[in-house]
Design a protein around this ligand. Structure first.
Ligand SMILES: Cc1cc2nc3c(=O)[nH]c(=O)nc-3n(C[C@H](O)[C@H](O)[C@H](O)COP(=O)(O)OP(=O)(O)OC[C@H]3O[C@@H](n4cnc5c(N)ncnc54)[C@H](O)[C@@H]3O)c2cc1C
Length: 322
């Protein structure tokens, strides 16, 4: 099997997969479900099959017994993903409630299932009097998504607090990996698309609960005024070309300089508030959003000679004629 390619070009249509083509599992198969309900942009066609594993053993057995030509795509909270209009062929794996437990481990650590939301991890760390994980309170993804993207904000990133991860390889082997092995960099992960994370152990530092809460409140205030957090969006569309460096070129500045603030394609628009965010005003298709992103990339290339790299993950197939 292979992880789904992040390929913007129309692909040769492939036969739809049905649950009957898949191994027997203890988890659940769902069909005819639009990905628009599972992604923040609220766009996207159906997945052939969505698989909700019962636990890591179920996931491992599924992967061991899956025919090698069936593609798998992993989806977390869908806050960094644009699902294309013709949907996703093969199996979309989603780690749901059975992977959402968060528990304290020892004095300083928190073990969180990959399906747990980052905001809940931050809240739990705060309640436990552990600082250092406050930045998660502003990231609307899951722990699995944070590991895959090395999510970060305000000068901190997942790699800074990671002790170890539990994962299942694409051929179904359960593994524990250290941050070194993952080779995490700015919004990248050396294991990208090679494993499915099932849990992470994160480390904080004992601190006063009120100080932690104040920091989280500050983050919420900053976000509310600088990002369209209540919109249908995918977060930062492009990586900053200067990486995490505070002095490097920022994608939003380049987009602004290229005159793209507020630019529209159909019901998709470059946010007026933060121009590295694209917004679906309600009726945009995935094609509208992707075309808008590609137009922005082209204009930035023409004005600044910098080729922006998509941070948003695009999955699935372009609708015929789009
Ligand atoms: C309003 C808003 C604000 C945001 N602010 C930030 C920010 O400040 N900093 C930041 O870094 N990001 C930010 N984001 C982007 C996004 O929240 C992060 O990238 C987040 O980590 C994605 O997690 P997710 O669970 O939603 O992943 P998804 O969008 O579902 O998936 C993203 C990638 O992770 C992979 N993935 C997900 N789960 C697993 C797993 N269990 N195993 C293996 N791979 C997996 C998917 O295959 C995909 O490639 C923001 C997004 C929004 C909408």
């Amino acid at each position: 099997m292979s992880m789904h390619a992040n390929n913007p070009k129309p692909q040769t249509p492939r036969a739809r997969i049905r649950p009957a083509d898949l191994p027997e599992v203890r988890g659940k198969y769902i069909t005819e479900q639009s990905l628009s309900g599972l992604t923040w942009f609220r766009v996207g066609g159906d997945a052939d099959v969505i698989y909700l594993p019962a636990d890591a053993d179920d996931l491992s057995a599924f992967l061991k017994n899956l025919a090698t030509d069936i593609p798998v795509t992993v989806l977390g909270a869908g806050s960094n993903t644009l699902a294309r209009d013709a949907g996703v062929r093969g199996v979309v794996i989603r780690l749901g409630r059975s992977f959402a437990d968060i528990a304290r481990e020892g004095e300083t650590d928190i073990r969180a299932g990959a399906g747990a939301l980052d905001v809940r991890v931050a809240a739990m760390a705060g309640d436990a009097g552990l600082s250092g994980l406050e930045f998660f309170s502003g990231i609307p993804g899951s722990v699995g998504g944070a590991l895959a993207m090395n999510a970060g904000a305000y000068g901190r990133e997942t790699a800074d607090v990671l002790v170890r991860v539990e994962a299942v390889t694409l051929d179904g082997e359960k593994r524990e990996l250290t941050p070194d092995a993952l080779n995490l960099g700015y919004r990248t992960n050396g294991y990208r698309d090679r494993v499915i994370y099932t849990a992470a152990v994160l480390r904080g530092l004992p601190a006063d609960q009120n100080t932690i809460k104040t920091q989280m409140d500050e983050i919420a205030d900053k976000r509310g005024t600088s990002q369209p957090v209540k919109s249908r969006t995918g977060g930062s569309t492009f990586k900053n070309p200067g990486g995490a460096s505070p002095d490097g070129p920022k994608a939003w500045k380049l987009i602004d300089a290229a005159g793209c603030r507020g630019l529209r394609v159909g019901d998709a628009q470059v946010s007026d508030l933060h121009c590295n965010f694209l917004i679906n005003h309600g009726k945009a298709s995935a094609a509208n959003i992707e075309t808008l992103g590609e137009t922005v990339r082209q204009r930035v290339l023409e004005t600044s000679d910098i080729d922006l790299d998509w941070e948003i993950r695009r999955i699935g197939e372009v609708a015929h004629g789009a």
